[in-house]
Design a protein around this ligand. Structure first.
Ligand SMILES: Cc1cc2nc3c(=O)[nH]c(=O)nc-3n(C[C@H](O)[C@H](O)[C@H](O)COP(=O)(O)OP(=O)(O)OC[C@H]3O[C@@H](n4cnc5c(N)ncnc54)[C@H](O)[C@@H]3O)c2cc1C
Length: 323
């Protein structure tokens, strides 16, 4: 049988797999259907038992697990050692990693450790054969696509772009082989002085609907229209950097290259020009609706639905309709 497609995931204190790992399993499943390779999964954490059951339901036929209390918090040194051990045990050449706050540290270090290569922001794997693997990735903040041809003699660590695939449907009747691996870990070389705590409640990066506003809103008060429409659609508000810099919206709501990356089913952009740095954070939305008074605004190149009009007239109308 050909070598497997391996999905790697860190299991944090919640003991659950995150959205990135679910998307990676969906991506792996699509690839498996096209290539006949089995999907396997490596879990690294302090307690992987419920995550093992979950990834099995989501299609992993073999689950490698490394458990240690030192792995409860993400630590680059130990994560890379554990992941490298799993990659060599599985013999995988294609290693998939979904969105996670630490991928920028983890993926390049892992690829170096296993003497392989890595590609970030991957949207598709075109071909896998004995000579090479062809991988498509989003570059220039999502404004263009690049196609990489990677020599098949070495493993490739693939960092997936958010929403590169949908999570698979769970099948509770699935079963998997479970392989428990052991590893001697290091005491952390990084000392955490103050731990940042994530806000409670829904997270912008996971929102299914995002309504964003930009400088076309004219002033800070009008951002209330964006919040209200987001609220009525049961979504979350977002903002361009231009208006975050003007203090019309908080930095936690900024979408883009230097803000949050979102991949919702619906993205409404009101009074946003569509600069590449903004689109880097939202171009993966499944449906983009743009409201802009300038018919030549760049956002219309990305939009599925374009409304050429004053957003200060359109937003209140949409709010009224939804009410
Ligand atoms: C290194 C770097 C990183 C960056 N990171 C980010 C980032 O993460 N996120 C981000 O957003 N930007 C980022 N930027 C800034 C980015 O380049 C743009 O300047 C910014 O996105 C513009 O915001 P805007 O679209 O709200 O404003 P503008 O570019 O001023 O556009 C306003 C738009 O509103 C339209 N408009 C005006 N009046 C109305 C009206 N009444 N009704 C409807 N439409 C109207 C105009 O036609 C225009 O298209 C970054 C820039 C750099 C250099």
């Amino acid at each position: 049988m050909s070598d497997p497609i391996l999905v790697l995931a860190h299991i944090d204190e919640t003991s659950q797999i995150n959205i990135g790992a679910r998307e990676a399993l969906g991506f792996a499943q699509n690839l498996s259907e096209n290539t006949g390779r089995p999907v396997e999964c490596g879990l690294i954490g302090a307690d992987n038992s419920s995550a093992t059951a979950e990834v099995t339901e989501l299609g992993a036929t073999k689950v490698y697990t490394i458990e240690d209390s030192l792995l409860a918090r993400f630590s680059g040194d130990n994560m890379v050692s554990a992941a490298a051990h799993i990659v060599s045990s599985s013999g995988a050449r294609i290693v998939l990693i979904g969105r996670h706050p630490s991928t920028l540290e983890f993926i390049p270090r892992l690829s170096r450790r296993i003497d392989g290569t890595c590609v970030m922001n991957v949207t598709r794997i075109e071909t896998i054969n004995e000579q090479y693997t062809e991988i498509e990735a989003a570059v220039y903040g999502g404004a263009a696509r690049a196609l990489y041809q990677i020599d098949s003699t070495s493993p490739v660590v693939v960092g997936l772009r958010p929403a590169a695939a949908e999570a698979p449907t769970p099948h509770p009747e699935n079963s998997s082989d479970i392989v428990e691996l052991n590893l001697e870990l290091l005491a952390d070389r990084v000392r955490v002085i103050t731990e940042a705590t994530a806000d409670e409640g829904p997270r912008l990066e996971n929102a299914e609907i995002v309504v964003s506003g930009g400088r076309g809103l004219q002033n800070a008060e009008n951002f209330a229209l964006v919040r209200e429409l987001a609220n009525l659609l049961k979504g979350m508000p977002g903002a361009s950097r231009a208006i975050v810099d003007e203090y019309w919206a908080p930095p936690t709501e900024q979408i883009g290259l230097t803000g949050t990356t979102v991949a919702p089913a619906l993205y409404v952009a009101a009074g946003i020009s569509g600069a590449s740095q903004h689109m880097a954070g939202c171009s993966n939305a499944r449906l983009i609706v743009a409201i802009n008074s300038d018919p030549d605004a760049p956002i219309f190149k990305y939009a599925d639905v374009g409304i050429i009009d004053d957003c200060l007239a359109v937003l209140p109308e949409l709010i009224e309709l939804l009410r």
